[in-house]
Design a protein around this ligand. Structure first.
Ligand code: OXD
Ligand code: MN
Length: 594
């Protein structure tokens, strides 16, 4: 497929170590893909689903000990520990290469090495970056074919260049004690071993498009962020783009594929999805920020996805989809998950592949009793999404009008607030946090700080990452405004006050009105909040202007508690937290004490 010496030498070197029976290049053709699906069905790695209900869809089960990303076994292997920072796990690169080489040794024996040339971003665009993943898993190949742009044209675009991310993956024994997800940002290299679960093994996604790319972005003057990108079209046909960062379990895919409430739909508003997880962002010639989604598909959490919560995501899964660790309905050979509907299948296998009794389901022990694993997934093609943006394949990306940060906070953060400027906005991102839900045994309401939702994904020191945000701000003459939202405030009984889902558009409308200078706001100690009457509640039952007032209220005492928590967190990050952010923290504290 290529004469590129850097590529061939590297593949030879890796092949010598892992010792495959044969090497197969993935060319992206339908013919080869179909042959791989057939082979995976023969080995049992995939099970074909009902071709009428789910054409070209498959079910896969991972090992039961291999169902999620493993942050405690994820390492950033920079030459100095300081460059990886205090939040990341670090291993000396040489020590790590030595250690993992032993685990890789002969691990492909009796197997095929698949060589996947892939592009993150549209092949050949200024944004795009190339990776090659070597894997022993057909499941990985078939997922990468959905999630990234794969094929001969990628190798052609690479030409003779050595500028590609070298990814080596081996399921090996799938031993969790020997599982390592290691990144060598200084070598453009990722080594992943002893896992077969998506986030650990689809190396284009978290490993490349966030951890390696965030490192490259800092070096090259751009940003790799854990953000969805959506376009909101008004009745005049103008589309404004927003990117938004939320920690896991805050509804990123739902917001990205939002369906406008009836009042907006009738008026002619539409929402278009550019991305649901990752944004690569650059300063354009016009001084605005331009964003692309480097992925080509969605690796979404299945449970909770239904016609009401996310109709568009559900439709996206109806063909050409790979389901992982969901419940298998044997009566019609289809799939099911908790929250899909109220009709759990009576004759089904759970995510472990065991006979499942839905009557034994216990919310307190979801992993043990549910049909689908709580982190079960669908891998679906972006082109199957009914609301995919016409700009999805744009070479230059989309211009950002607003950036949103968000978290799950029961009391502290108001429904929405606006930062005063880029520096303050960076501070707002740096103090992002979510509270653990009742699902996590014992620890309800524990605050986990997750700056810019990037805590597990920054490929270098977190303080340096904040400094990079501040530096970027100096290079953007027409910077987007930065906001913070919280859909998850609860009342005294613990019920959510804000309806969320499609109605979040009402908040997006205020945000865009602010960006257009069309609406006033109230200055508070934490930033600007809306006047309660400026959030449109027409057509909402159970929400009054007083409810909005409550959602926008700021409790100084709980914010002051947060300030102490932020101080401790900054201290944990260490010396590289920029002075400007400490200034912002001091301003916040002083404002709250006024
Ligand atoms: C995540 C994901 O874990 O997108 O953030 O899978
Ligand atoms: Mn994510």
């Amino acid at each position: 497929m290529t004469n590129n010496k850097s590529v061939l030498n590297w593949i030879n070197e890796m092949a010598e170590m892992v010792n495959p029976d044969k090497i197969v290049w993935i060319d992206g053709s339908e013919e080869q893909t179909e042959a791989l699906r057939a082979e995976a069905c023969k080995t049992g790695e995939l099970e074909p689903l009902n071709a009428e209900l789910y054409p070209n869809c498959y079910l896969h089960r991972t090992a039961v000990n291999d169902v999620a990303r493993v942050e405690n076994r994820t390492f950033i292997c920079t030459r100095t520990k300081e460059d990886a920072g205090t939040i990341n796990n670090w291993m000396d690169p040489k020590e790590c290469y030595d250690k993992l080489s032993k685990l890789y040794k002969n691990s492909y024996q009796g197997k095929t090495m698949y060589v996947i040339p892939y592009s993150m971003g549209v092949v050949g665009s200024d944004f795009a970056k190339i990776g090659i993943e070597l894997t022993d898993s057909i499941y990985v190949v078939l997922n990468m074919l959905i999630m990234t742009r794969v094929g001969k044209n990628v190798i052609d675009a690479l030409g003779d260049s050595a500028d590609f991310v070298k990814g080596l993956h081996a399921v090996a024994e799938c031993d969790e004690e020997k599982r390592y997800i290691c990144h060598f940002p200084e070598d453009n290299t990722i080594w992943s071993v002893n896992s077969g679960y998506g986030g650990n093994v689809l190396l284009g996604k978290k490993c490349f498009a966030l951890r390696i790319a965030s490192y490259l972005g800092r070096k090259e003057g751009w940003m790799a962020e854990h953000m969805l990108i959506l376009g909101l079209e008004n009745p005049q046909g103008e589309v404004k783009y927003i990117s938004a960062a939320f920690p896991s379990a805050c509804g990123k895919t739902n917001l990205a594929m939002l369906i406008p409430p009836e009042i907006y739909k009738k008026a002619g508003y539409k929402v278009w999805t550019v991305g649901d997880d990752i944004a690569w962002i650059r300063v354009g010639e016009d001084g605005r920020l331009w964003a692309v989604n480097p992925e080509n598909g969605f690796f979404g959490v299945a449970p909770g996805t239904n016609e009401h919560s996310n109709y568009n995501a559900l439709m996206t899964t109806k063909k050409n989809c790979i389901f992982t660790n969901v419940c298998h309905d044997l009566d019609n050979n289809s799939v099911w998950w908790e929250g899909l509907d109220n009709n759990p299948p009576k004759n089904a296998l759970n995510w472990r592949g065991e006979k499942w009794d839905y009557t034994k389901y216990d919310k307190a022990d979801k992993v043990g009793t549910s049909g689908a694993h709580p982190n079960s997934r669908f891998t679906a093609m972006a082109s199957n999404c009914p609301c995919i943006s016409s700009e999805f394949n744009s070479l230059k990306g989309v211009p950002l009008t607003a950036i949103i940060f968000g978290g799950r906070r029961a009391k502290t953060a108001p429904l929405v607030y606006e930062s005063r400027n880029w520096q303050h906005g960076t501070f707002v991102g740096s103090i992002m946090a979510s509270e653990t839900t009742a699902a996590a045994a014992g620890a309800v309401g524990v605050v986990r700080r997750d700056p810019m939702a990037m805590r597990p994904f920054v490929g270098y020191d977190m303080g340096d990452y904040f400094a990079h945000w501040l530096n970027m701000g100096k290079k953007i003459p027409n910077a987007p405004k930065i906001f913070h939202v919280n859909w998850f405030r609860t009342d005294d009984e613990g019920h959510f006050i804000w309806p969320g889902f499609g109605d979040n558009m009402r908040v997006l409308m205020w945000i865009l009105a602010r960006c257009a200078g069309e609406v006033d706001a109230v200055e508070t100690p934490i930033g600007f909040v809306p006047k309660a009457e400026d959030i449109n509640i027409e057509g909402l039952e159970d929400v009054t202007v007083d409810t909005i007032r409550e959602l926008l209220s700021i409790d100084n005492a709980s914010w002051l508690e947060d300030v102490e928590n932020i101080k401790a967190f900054y201290k944990q990050i260490g010396e590289r937290v920029p002075a400007e952010l400490y200034d912002e923290l001091a301003i916040l504290e002083a404002n709250l004490k006024k």
